[in-house]
Design a protein around this ligand. Structure first.
Ligand code: 13P
Length: 297
């Protein structure tokens, strides 16, 4: 069943768990994620990249994901990830996304707040049924900047080097209370040494900063850039009010490795595309199942 993102995350936190969120560029991956969530009896979040949502077919994918979430046997939310373009946000919500990460983290503090507020105003109009009583679109906002690229593993410099942890600004915990109050964000994405894509060396998460953030707000926190963070670290997240953990790179890597290693065999087996899709499903499903188990209590 499709549920509100904040409700899903808050109820997981009440049980000491966090909810994994997986970037889905395609329906096969989304089916695998939902299948793994059903198998585990846990909720999951389907993320759509803004680069996907900016295309006509991407909007059709969002509509399909919404249908998938509606019919799922466990709670599933569909979120537009990292969006800063109000047109893309409006299109994605009209297509079926019911939550958005309004990402003004590359802007200065006041502009970040202004972006989230203008998205809130636009979404409230869109989601209302004319009488202003329609469903509210849940907003996640981001304070502090993450290095790296959301769609490619090595995105931060022209030479293709992986970003160093902490190269973008850590979240300033002193701003948290004011930021949440003024944006009205229902979830808060934080920068605590996490990066998008592959880590250069070992990830060095600043748990001290995370703890300092956690005591300043009641809204659930979100950890982006979870690929590459050891599960022994990820299990600590929920205790610091991190109720949502985002994965993309590792999921893609697993699928691509599987496709690379299995394509020749399926060619030999009569150009067996269904066989290849089954391997894709298994790779994405195994990754999702592991993340679900890591974050669940
Ligand atoms: P990774 O690609 O590093 O897993 O980050 C995913 C993410 O944060 C999506 O928002």
């Amino acid at each position: 069943m499709r549920v509100r993102l904040d409700d899903l995350v808050v109820s997981a936190l009440q049980q000491g768990s966090a909810v994994p969120a997986f970037t889905c560029y395609d329906f096969t991956t989304a089916l695998a994620v939902v299948g793994a969530a059903e198998e585990a009896g846990r909720g999951a979040i389907l993320l759509v990249s803004p680069s996907t949502a900016a295309t006509a077919n991407g909007l059709r994918l969002i509509a399909a994901l919404r249908g998938l979430a509606d019919g799922a046997g466990v709670p599933v939310a569909v979120q537009l990830d990292h969006a800063s373009d109000l047109r893309v946000i409006a299109d994605a919500v009209a297509a079926g996304a019911d939550s958005v990460l309004v990402d003004g983290s590359s802007l200065d503090y006041e502009d970040n707040i202004a972006l989230v507020r203008s998205a809130r105003a636009a979404l409230d109009v869109l989601a209302s049924d004319g009488a202003g009583t329609g469903p509210e679109i849940v907003i996640e906002a981001e304070l502090g900047g993450l290095a790296g690229d959301e769609d490619r593993a090595f995105g931060s410099d022209a030479a293709g080097n992986a970003p160093a942890a902490g190269t973008a600004g850590l979240t300033d915990s002193a701003q948290v209370e004011d930021f949440v109050a003024r944006t009205g964000a229902q979830l808060l994405a934080v920068a605590v040494g996490n990066v998008h894509g592959k880590y250069k060396g070992e990830p060095e998460l600043r748990w001290d900063v995370l703890q300092d953030i956690a005591v300043r707000t009641r809204v659930p926190l979100v950890l982006h850039g979870a690929s590459g963070i050891p599960s022994a670290e990820l299990v600590k997240a929920a205790a610091m009010n991190v109720g949502k953990v985002n994965f993309n790179t590792e999921l893609r890597t697993g699928v691509l490795e599987t496709l690379e290693s299995r394509t020749a065999a399926h060619r030999t087996d009569g150009e067996n595309l269904q066989g290849l899709l089954a391997d894709w499903d298994a790779a994405a499903g195994t990754f999702a199942a592991t993340a679900l188990a890591t974050l669940s209590r």
